[in-house]
Design a binder for this molecule. Structure first.
Ligand code: ZN
Length: 315
């Protein structure tokens, strides 16, 4: 009997040790990764179809919100997670929102609520946000939202992001994906740096150019202060044409619902094709900005989605 109790206790200890190792893995790997990516959006036919991770909920406190001081000059290769890690929804959107009443533009909040899911990207495909760039200069800018489209199917994009990519130039991710049925899929925690726009710059309303170099081998980009959202492209857009049939009403509703929860002002919502400096990006194609902005005004702005490296008084 005594031996049986000891065996059970040993198994419990082993479980805790495994969970602790998983949380440490997230922190360590996130510290050493760090490169924007100039890759094109993943194409549907080229992507592998790995099995999805099994749900093993962890507490939000095991992956704390944080920004790193500065990237190391020659970052070691990024490491993937040996086991799938599942994070709770609260790690992507807080359940205790701060309603920014002063920015509310319409007191009538729509009842629309999308389906939400978490499909965490592999640890090689995102990194930390930094307070200083590779040259030691301040890397802190007010956050922006950058809109994309997947070109291929939403699931093929998720599969690509969940596939380990040890080489810097292969890494790519968005924070969040909005599928054709309006489902909001969270991929990268908002305080982490997704690799959504490689060679890029944001020109603010006052005319200043904002970009941060976080890897000496890649040009400056907006990734350090960007929240990347991608719309699933309709099937007739799986090509290089300049237009397609557009996005669904559910996608526009979910997009407005989501962006309102970042608290980011309209003047800092932009598109990949706008911030791109490579001359190769034209996404999101066929995007109805007027419809989106009309819907955005109907949702109260909150900070349920907290983007890292904000000054403490505004965080
Ligand atoms: Zn894009």
């Amino acid at each position: 009997m005594k031996q049986k109790i000891l065996t059970i206790m040993a198994l419990i200890c082993l479980c805790f040790a495994t969970l602790a190792a998983m949380s440490i893995q997230v922190g360590q790997t996130a510290e050493v990764t760090g490169s924007p990516t100039p890759r094109v959006p993943p194409a549907r036919q080229l992507l592998p179809m790995p099995s999805l991770p099994s749900p093993t909920p962890a507490s939000a406190s095991e992956v704390p919100f944080s920004c790193m001081l500065q990237p190391v000059p020659n970052p070691p290769p990024a490491r993937s997670s040996p086991t799938p890690i599942q994070l709770p929804l609260s790690r992507f959107r807080q359940s205790n929102p701060v309603d920014l009443a002063s920015t509310r533009t319409d007191s009538r909040s729509p009842s629309y609520t999308p389906r939400e899911e978490v499909q965490l990207a592999d640890l090689t495909n995102f990194g930390d946000r930094y307070l200083r760039d590779v040259h030691g200069r301040s890397a802190v800018h007010d956050p922006i939202v950058v809109l994309h489209e997947t070109v291929g199917s939403g699931q093929s994009a998720v599969n690509y992001f969940q596939t380990p990519h040890p080489r810097d130039e292969d890494q790519v991710s968005y924070h969040t994906l909005i599928r054709e049925d309006g489902t909001v899929t969270y991929l990268v925690p908002p305080d982490k740096r997704a690799y959504g726009a490689g060679d890029s710059v944001f020109r603010s309303a006052t005319g200043t150019e904002e970009a941060v170099q976080t890897n000496p081998n890649f040009p400056p980009s907006v990734n350090n202060f960007a929240y990347h959202i991608s719309l699933e492209t309709p099937a007739d857009g799986d090509n290089n044409n300049t237009t397609h049939s557009g996005y669904t009403d559910a996608q526009y509703q979910s997009l407005a619902w989501l962006i309102a929860k970042t608290g980011i002002p309209d003047s800092r919502i932009t598109m990949h094709k706008t911030v791109d400096r490579s001359g190769q990006r034209m996404d999101p194609r066929s995007f109805n900005s007027q419809l989106f902005l009309t819907l955005l005004k109907t949702y109260p702005k909150t900070r349920e989605i907290s983007i890292g490296c904000l000054p403490p008084e505004t965080a």
